[in-house]
Write a protein of this length. Structure first.
Length: 135
């Protein structure tokens, strides 16, 4: 009957070489994440619950279907911005793309908001270069 987001990890995931959530293969990362969030979206759509849980579903689509995988991809030395575009396009197609209007957006830190905005606005190459700067 209810749905809510708790920003606490209640499990510990052991990352391994063929991990579905973290690997050095941008294509696999993108396909796995898109499939996962689309399955969640489709489940709620088929149950007629998209409107009731709009904020939560849109947040899952943005945070887990765009932001986290895009942020992982820019760490790869040979990342391809086409994969970030594919993540963004899937998010926009499913939700309309108004992530800043979502109440959960305010839960991001200032750094996460800056990173999210840069990724969403096609500035991944700038972020990638900043990551390579050594103190």
């Amino acid at each position: 009957e209810t749905f809510f987001y708790i920003p606490i990890a209640y499990y510990s995931y052991l990352v391994h070489d063929d991990s579905a959530v973290r690997n050095n293969d941008s294509e696999k990362t993108v396909e796995n994440r898109i499939n996962a969030v689309n399955d969640i979206y489709d489940y709620y759509k088929n149950k007629g619950l998209l409107i009731k849980y709009k904020q939560e579903i849109n947040w899952i689509m943005f945070y887990h279907g765009f932001f986290l995988p895009a942020r992982e991809i820019i760490h790869f030395d040979d990342y391809d911005k086409a994969y970030i575009k594919k993540l963004r396009d899937n998010y926009v197609f499913r939700t309309g793309g108004k992530y800043k209007d979502n109440g959960y957006y305010m839960s991001l830190s200032k750094k996460e908001k800056t990173t999210a905005n840069a990724l969403y606005n096609n500035m991944a190459s700038v972020l990638n270069k900043i990551l390579k700067i050594k103190d």
